[in-house]
Design a protein around this ligand. Structure first.
Ligand SMILES: Cc1cc2nc3c(=O)[nH]c(=O)nc-3n(C[C@H](O)[C@H](O)[C@H](O)COP(=O)(O)OP(=O)(O)OC[C@H]3O[C@@H](n4cnc5c(N)ncnc54)[C@H](O)[C@@H]3O)c2cc1C
Length: 472
């Protein structure tokens, strides 16, 4: 067993758990976020009731349709703005929920607000012109041309329809990630274009000062969050730290590490286990960002990422030259040790998912024998960082267990030759103390789901189970 390891692990700074740069996320953040989201829906409903919505629905007839149409429109707008806020990279929201969870909710609120918007359009047409109108499409055309802001709202609706259609799983699989992402940005145009019709014609918007103040505040907070956190903070952070490629190291076939240096990195609020969105200014195509986790503990002197070649974006990392400027967005992700207070640690990695776990191994203050890393790969040749893992085994008493082999023919975190064991039972056999361990899981979607389920079935409490998906 060799005891050599790159300096990234050899001389860590005195352990601080990264708390000096990024304090732990209070538990109540997530609860507060959920309550605030629910509250906004209650508020818009209350404002609609205050504006006579309920009586109109009770009164029946065309007015009932119009009132129901207004309510679905208000819920659709509210969810649309919540969606914008969910993906605005607000640090409190990011740290409370993590990006993979946020992405799932974003998808759910997106589709829900879309169907509410469809209901809004249909109910409003019926309410304004009557369900028995012989020329339904003619009436729709008339509404679009007659009412202020409706042309813009129609353009906004079309933009949102395009975003929704391209987000249906079947369509999304057929699109390149970059094309899908670019089209997805049209949702901002959709939200912006829908605003004027609400401002100029919305009964629940103009008729009531409290409603006006509420909606303006929600729009301003959403737009402000996007400008501040998706543009302002990254620009400021890049100007402050000025990251450049220091050296590029081939770790193995199709696996490249990039070491970066920059200014004042001790002040970069990042913890082991987190990731950034990276852009390297190495020529055409630089504007497409890719998420890569830190593969070494950030100690304030430099950063390291390790990239497996998959497609065009990851392949160009191998040809980066020292001195190339790197732009970052982040840090993101909640696969951190912020809730770790000592005791047993079990890590499960699949393939390149080992990168954030490697950086966590360097940060967490476990005692010798307390940490276990279970590393799943298809073949010996696919195991990355063998020398560094051996260093952790020798110097910090980490148990490293390799599970090699092809995928099982059932959803499982185990390789095919061990798939006759039940998933949770196999985990408990490898780490009998799993139920009272902090468990960290990272890998592709299906495997991560199976590993999470196995950990939960083996008795791991949800608050002790930390995961990062390497796909959204
Ligand atoms: C949170 C997170 C952390 C990651 N950390 C690492 C890491 O440390 N090392 C590593 O090798 N890989 C990591 N990945 C995976 C890596 O981002 C993708 O392999 C890479 O972006 C593929 O891009 P490509 O152009 O080479 O491949 P493509 O062939 O264009 O894409 C292959 C697949 O990668 C995904 N993908 C592509 N571009 C993006 C993007 N900009 N954002 C999100 N997903 C994308 C899509 O699902 C796509 O289907 C991480 C992914 C996520 C979500």
């Amino acid at each position: 067993m060799t005891a050599t390891a790159p300096p990234v692990h050899r001389a860590p700074a005195p352990y601080s758990g990264g708390a000096d740069r990024l304090p732990a996320t209070p538990r109540w953040y997530a609860d507060a976020g959920g309550v605030a989201a629910g509250l906004t829906l209650l508020i818009v409903t209350a404002l609609w009731v205050g504006n006579g919505g309920l009586q109109q629905v009770g009164g029946g007839g065309a007015d009932a349709f119009a009132a129901a149409g207004r309510l679905t429109g208000l819920w659709a707008s509210d969810l649309l703005l919540l969606q914008v806020l969910l993906m605005a990279r607000v640090p409190m929201v990011e740290r409370a929920f993590g990006q993979d969870r946020l992405a799932r909710w974003h998808r759910w609120t997106g589709f829900t607000s879309f169907w509410l918007m469809v209901a809004h359009i249909l109910l409003i047409i019926i309410g304004y012109r009557g369900a028995d109108s012989p020329h339904f499409l003619g009436e729709l055309w008339d509404l679009i041309w007659t009412y202020p802001g409706m042309l813009l709202a129609t353009a906004g609706t079309l933009a949102l329809v395009m975003v929704v259609v391209t987000s249906i799983r079947l369509a999304r699989r057929k699109l390149r990630y970059e094309s899908w992402h670019l089209l997805h940005l049209y949702a901002y145009a959709g939200v912006g274009l829908a605003l004027p019709h609400q401002l100029w014609t919305g009964t629940d918007f103009i008729g009531n000062k409290v409603a006006t103040a509420y909606w303006w505040t929600l729009y301003a907070v959403s737009a402000g969050a996007v400008v501040a956190y998706r543009i302002g903070v990254p620009v400021w952070r890049n100007l402050r730290h000025r990251l450049v490629v220091d050296r590029v190291v081939a770790e193995g076939p199709g696996l490249t590490s990039v070491h970066l240096r920059g200014r004042n990195l001790a002040a970069l609020p990042v913890r082991a286990g987190q990731f950034f969105q990276w852009r390297f200014l190495d020529g055409p195509g630089w504007s497409r960002a890719h998420p890569y986790s830190l593969s070494a503990t950030p100690h304030g002197h430099g950063l390291r990422i390790t990239v497996k070649t998959l497609g065009d974006g990851s392949a160009r990392v191998a040809s980066l030259r020292p001195g190339t400027r790197a732009l970052i967005e982040g840090p993101y992700g909640k696969l951190t040790g912020e809730s770790y207070r000592g005791g047993p640690v079990v890590m499960l990695a699949c393939g390149i998912g080992v990168t954030p776990l490697l950086s966590l191994l360097g940060e967490l203050p476990y005692a010798p024998g307390e940490a276990t890393l279970i590393y799943r790969a298809r073949t010996q040749a696919e195991i990355a960082f063998r020398a560094e893992l051996e260093w952790f085994a020798t110097h910090r008493g980490v148990r490293v267990i390799y599970l090699l082999g092809p995928r099982a023919d059932r959803p499982s975190w185990l390789p095919a030759q061990h798939a006759d064991h039940a998933d949770a039972e196999a985990l408990s056999t490898i780490a009998p103390w799993i139920a009272y361990s902090q468990v960290f899981v990272c890998g592709p979607e299906g495997w991560t789901d199976a590993a999470r389920t196995a950990a939960r079935d083996a008795g791991v409490a949800p608050e002790n189970l930390h995961t990062e998906l390497f796909a959204w």
